[in-house]
Design a protein around this ligand. Structure first.
Ligand code: UDP
Length: 237
């Protein structure tokens, strides 16, 4: 499958991607993810990263157990800041220059999100890690990823998951499930396919940002998919 050449990408990492046995944030697993990012950085791509927080705290799940939703969501956003610092730490340990910007200002921990400043970091070759989603409750980091991808004019949003693309049924449950090479935003929304949440998909559609769904758990896969080799699904017009 030939894929367009992307120069600036936004990588969305779910919090779960950093998990290891018994650890919400496993240093070895986080280091492996950092190496994936460092590899593609070394190939000349500009990379922003949005990290989720689901390995630590999810607002919706906590609300179902009695937490007030908005408070729980703020807790979830704080969890994403911890993950962002973990990814920053892992990247800097292997010599990649990074900045963390949070949608909720936290002056002594990281920079606040300032679009023009983020732009400058990317131009200087830094990896910019965005934390705290959009900064408001009732959203997710998928929406944060779509928003930042639009603001930073990214060529594509790479959604790292534990499956190698979008299927017409859950491939872990249905043996005959079929993977799409490409699929339209509208089909994803109409069929309620679990790619990203609907508001994130709609934002990507409205700004014509392709969503590349791929398996981040496979070593070297981000690099392969970027070069057009690895298996993935592209959600596009
Ligand atoms: N969250 C939020 N607003 C945002 C982003 C995240 O309220 O803009 C909260 C929400 O409670 C969410 C939690 O932070 O459940 C963790 O983010 P998410 O579920 O997107 O993480 P992921 O599933 O990607 O690990």
């Amino acid at each position: 499958m030939t894929r367009p050449r992307f120069n600036r990408i936004l990588l969305k990492l779910s919090g779960e991607v950093l998990m290891g046995e018994g650890h919400a944030i496993d240093p070895a697993v986080t280091a492996r993810v950092a190496r994936e990012i460092a590899d593609v950085k070394a190939q000349g791509y500009e990379i922003c990263v949005v990290v989720g927080g689901g390995n630590i705290f999810r607002g919706l799940a906590a609300a179902a157990k009695g937490f007030e939703r908005a408070t729980a969501d703020y807790m979830g956003m704080l969890a994403t800041v911890m993950n962002a610092l973990a990814v920053q730490n892992a990247l800097e340990q292997i010599g990649v220059d990074t900045r963390v910007q949070s949608a909720i200002p936290m002056a002594s921990v990281c920079e606040p999100f300032i679009r023009r400043r983020a732009e400058r970091h990317l131009e200087k070759g830094r990896v910019v890690i965005f934390a705290a989603g959009v900064g408001s409750p009732f959203f997710t980091t998928d929406s944060g990823a779509a928003l930042r991808a639009a603001e930073l004019k990214c060529d594509a949003l790479f959604k790292g998951t534990s499956v190698d693309g979008v299927y017409d049924a859950d491939p872990k449950k249905v043996a005959t499930a079929k993977r799409f090479n490409t699929i339209s935003y509208d089909r994803v929304l109409a069929d309620n396919l679990k790619v990203m949440d609907a508001s994130a998909v709609a934002l990507c559609r409205d700004n014509n940002i392709p969503i590349v769904v791929f398996n981040i758990r496979e070593q070297g896969n981000l690099s392969r998919v970027l070069s057009g080799e690895g298996t993935a699904t592209i959600v596009q017009m």
